[in-house]
Design a binder for this molecule. Structure first.
Ligand code: OAD
Length: 230
């Protein structure tokens, strides 16, 4: 399970880090709720355009790349991310479970149909080809449900995991933060990588304090060596 801390070193701001975190500058209610979009679609759309431009300039970092290599070494690895930036896929990971959606996709605010508009940076939200409603980013807003398929596959992966790796997430936002608890109940080994302590830290078997770009390559290298030595 990854959170915004994994993309922080690619220049994509996290949500809650002091000073740099998005939610220290804007209130989620004003930008990441359907009420906010209803009240001022252009403001909310422009904010996602700003984030798209940031993410477009960003490159996958050593943490993203290490997880892509780990997936090669361990094909039964399930990668669940709260990140909507698509950087795991750009690093080479396939079948990423996008728990909070993807900022590059849209769906209609009125008819809910998914759309692939080309207008990724327009001033105003583009229109739905089917019902002419406003298109919104296909991300999970506060108060909205997690996409069913993502929730089902992530919960199953957590319940079947022998090792649960929680990387760069504050473990504050549910139901994402609940996945580690599912794994815990199933007696999985819980490893957390984070620059700070989180509500999960005391429940872990291993709390690796520090940067994702340092710990993940080290773990992948270790797994690679142990496979080669077998
Ligand atoms: P947060 O901003 O809440 O937490 C980021 C976590 O990453 C913090 O615990 C940091 O200590 C840690 N961190 C920062 N830089 C790091 C680095 N280089 N290496 C390792 N750890 C680092 O972000 P998320 O947990 O991802 O939801 O937030 C969860 C959800 O809340 C997001 O998906 C979004 C947000 O509101 C929705 O929009 C639905």
């Amino acid at each position: 399970m990854t959170g915004s801390g994994v993309s922080a070193e690619s220049g994509v701001p996290t949500f809650r880090d002091a000073q740099t975190g998005i939610w220290t500058k804007h209130s989620p209610e004003d930008l990441a709720t359907s009420q906010a979009f209803e009240a001022n679609p252009a403001l909310v759309w422009k904010w996602y355009v700003w984030r798209r431009e940031l993410i477009k300039k960003a490159q996958p970092n050593a943490a993203h790349r290490a997880l892509a290599s780990l997936a090669q070494l361990k094909p039964d690895l399930s990668l669940v991310t709260q990140n909507v930036d698509g950087l795991h896929q750009r690093a080479g990971n396939k079948n990423v479970i996008e728990f909070h959606g993807n900022i590059w996709h849209e769906k209609c605010f009125s008819c809910n149909r998914h759309s692939t508009s080309l207008e990724k940076y327009s001033e105003q939200p583009p229109r739905c080809e089917i019902c002419n409603g406003l298109l919104r980013p296909n991300v999970v807003w506060f108060g909205e449900a997690i996409p069913e398929e993502a929730l089902a596959s992530a919960s199953l992966a957590a319940a079947q995991s022998d090792v649960f790796l929680s990387v760069g997430t504050s473990s504050l936002v549910y139901p994402a933060a609940g996945l580690a608890e599912i794994a815990l109940q199933k007696k999985a080994t819980i490893i957390e990588i984070n620059t700070n302590a989180t509500p999960l830290t005391t429940k872990t078997d291993y709390s690796l304090k520090g940067l994702a770009t340092l710990w993940l390559p080290a773990i992948t290298a270790h797994v690679k060596r142990s496979i080669e030595n077998h």
